[in-house]
Design a protein around this ligand. Sequence first.
Ligand SMILES: Nc1nc2c(ncn2[C@@H]2O[C@H](COP(=O)(O)OP(=O)(O)OP(=O)(O)O)[C@@H](O)[C@H]2O)c(=O)[nH]1
Ligand SMILES: [Zn+2]
Length: 302
Amino acid sequence: MVVAGHGRHVWVETNDGKRLICHPRGKKSQTVVGDRVLWQATEDEGTVEKVEPRRNLFYRQDEIRTKAFAANLDQILILIAAEPEFSETQLSRALIAAEAEQIKVIIALNKSDLKAPFDLAWDRLGPYRDMGYTMLPLALKPRTNSELSGSNELTTLMPLLNGRTTLVLGPSGAGKSTLINRLVPEARVLTNEISTALNTGKHTTTSTNLYWSDTARTTAVIDSPGFQEFGLNHIDAMHLAGLMPDIKVHASECKFYNCTHLHEPGCGVISELKKADGTSGISARRYKIYSDLFTELTQKRY
Ligand SMILES: Nc1nc2c(ncn2[C@@H]2O[C@H](COP(=O)(O)OP(=O)(O)OP(=O)(O)O)[C@@H](O)[C@H]2O)c(=O)[nH]1
Ligand SMILES: [Zn+2]
């Protein structure tokens, strides 16, 4: 399994837990973290001979290039926090990308100890709870021993991670490193090892790494940057509504089968949005995100 990558060179873990650097055979082979590969030993390193078929491939795409995050995921954990204030647009983009690959998502809101901003943020997430996304409050920051003995903040999260491979995504400052370091105390050491091995001189905090949080290697977390610039150019504008659950339920009520939900008469989405009695299942903010994204995806350059 590929557990880290740098450029075209990857760090492969064998079934018995050994790790070695592998180089791609030929120009074409593109591997990402989570890939299962067949490799062949060279002197002290290896060559990737074949990438096994993937269950899924999670990626973002901007105008310049496609960037794969990871493959063969069981789920994605989106970690946001009471502070800094999260961007609903970024959150929605990540959810749409996950939906496009039919990967389950957990949304975790960190820093529940910051009562006032936390309550505000929890409120802002109302539409996402209504859509059925699993959502949990967290307080990840290590506390004093007396506070810790009372409750373990990871007791609600751990059962959701156990035995699975989870890609952790989140904006800077939400607590991603705090989480990874609690799940995998030796993460920092491993990251240094990887960057020395794949050697680049620079640190690999900008690359994607897979860590085991148990010695039996059944629970994996993948740490990846890139939440900030989440391009969705790989998605067809006409498929967008189908990837946003709150819009999707009303898109089946439209008069025209190819309705864009932006201006058409008899549009189920627009009529839901215009419900004046406060019962609309589509928030104004979500509709704005939909229409802005629709425009972005129809104007994309190839
Ligand atoms: N109040 C509070 N602060 C927290 C909590 N969890 C993490 N923090 C703090 O939030 C700050 C950011 O946490 P990090 O884990 O470095 O965040 P990150 O998402 O890895 O951020 P980058 O390194 O910028 O990507 C640190 O100062 C943490 O101590 C929490 O539950 N409550
Ligand atoms: Zn419509």
